[in-house]
Design a protein around this ligand. Structure first.
Ligand SMILES: CC(C)(COP(=O)(O)OP(=O)(O)OC[C@H]1O[C@@H](n2cnc3c(N)ncnc32)[C@H](O)[C@@H]1OP(=O)(O)O)[C@@H](O)C(=O)NCCC(=O)NCCS
Length: 331
């Protein structure tokens, strides 16, 4: 076996790398949300100023059988790395994963990173997945967990209508797509930072970056290359202040939508805004993207308010996503 850097500008090699990642996840998971080839190609060929990517490929007889995606964050969190390892189902338990992980670890250490973390998924009830068994065997600790929830689309219209009956007073729901309107940008940046500060990360040794106008705009421009974004925000009528938002991404060419952030700002809680915002994005997905067959989201089961809201829509847990982390011992 040989481990090489992926030649990111070689279309055939990139496709082969992506196909191995797809096959590995589809084999083990019933509801994976996977990046499209276009999205992978764009992100590797046009690196963000905030991260450095070092994708690796393990080859046997000239074919890629395993892949590692090593990301070194730049500007923030320069003490750690993010890592995902995937091995084709036909080449498991032969040390391919272990070899990829060893090479990625050597590289991150060489660049002064003292630990790494990555996501693994495992059934809610049932046997431990290969990914979780692998991470544990190689010394990773469980740093945080969330349930991955799925709502099949189209959602049940009666259920949605019953939820819509309780829309909040005193707020308008405003929506936009890939670019936040200029006049709402400052409030949006404030909410994005609040979300980053509030989002539960467990023991993950990572501090979410502070966003500013430029960073939000850069992120919007990069995402728009391979995703459609839907944002719903709640604007208080009496003063025009934004009190919460919910963010959905739809990869071009994919059949699913996924809900990322949903936040209600502290002074605006208790008005069922989270529910109203999720309803608004659900309606836009129904109207503008009728091809989507499922809506995905991730929620910490301890976050009772959000979990309950998701259940009311009909979301059900399909797996547990665990953030696994390893830290080098001080010498
Ligand atoms: C996790 C994964 C990368 C492991 O790849 P692999 O090449 O089979 O791993 P290795 O052969 O190097 O296994 C190393 C050790 O991990 C543990 N391990 C790996 N798979 C296991 C399984 N199915 N059950 C129990 N232990 C397992 C074992 O201790 C193994 O050592 P051993 O074979 O000497 O007993 C692979 O199963 C995979 O691609 N899964 C889906 C993708 C994914 O979720 N990746 C995220 C993980 S970071």
């Amino acid at each position: 076996m040989e481990i090489r850097d992926l030649a990111v500008h070689d279309d055939d090699q990139l496709r082969e790398w992506w196909e191995v990642e797809q096959a590995a996840h589809r084999h083990d998971r019933a509801h994976p949300v996977l990046r499209t080839l276009d999205s992978l190609a764009f992100s590797l060929r046009n690196p963000s100023p905030h991260s450095r990517r070092e994708p690796l490929a393990a080859l046997v007889d000239g074919r890629i059988v395993g892949v590692a995606d090593l990301t070194l964050l730049v500007g923030d969190n320069e003490h750690v790395a993010e890592l995902e390892v995937s091995v084709h189902p036909g080449h498991r338990r032969r040390g391919v994963g272990r070899a990829l992980l060893a090479e990625a670890t050597r590289r991150r250490r060489e660049q002064g990173r003292t630990g790494d973390f990555g996501e693994v998924c495992t059934p809610v009830d049932g046997p431990v997945s290969p990914a979780l068994a692998f991470a544990r065997a190689l010394g990773y600790d469980d740093a945080h967990g969330e349930h991955h929830l799925v709502l099949e689309l189209p959602a049940d219209p009666e259920r949605v209508a019953a939820l819509a009956a309780g829309a909040p007073d005193g707020y308008d729901v405003v929506t936009w797509g890939n670019r936040c309107p200029d006049d709402l940008l400052d409030d949006y940046v404030t909410m994005r930072n609040r979300m980053n500060a509030d989002v539960p990360l467990g023991d993950v040794d990572y501090v979410p970056p502070v966003m500013d106008r430029e960073r939000v705009r850069l992120s919007e421009e990069r995402l728009a290359r391979t995703y459609d974004t839907v944002v719903a925000a709640a604007r208080r009528r009496e003063d025009g202040v934004l009190g919460g938002y919910s963010l959905t991404y739809l990869a071009h060419g994919s059949s699913v939508a996924f809900q990322d952030d949903t936040l209600v700002m502290p002074g605006h809680r208790g008005h069922r805004l989270g529910l109203a915002l999720k309803l608004a994005t659900l309606e836009i997905v129904r109207r503008d993207h009728p091809d989507r067959t499922a809506y995905h989201t991730w929620t910490d089961p301890q976050n009772h308010a959000m979990y309950r809201t998701n259940e009311r829509f009909g979301y059900r847990p399909v797996e547990v996503m665990r953030e696994m982390q390893v830290r080098d011992r001080a010498l």
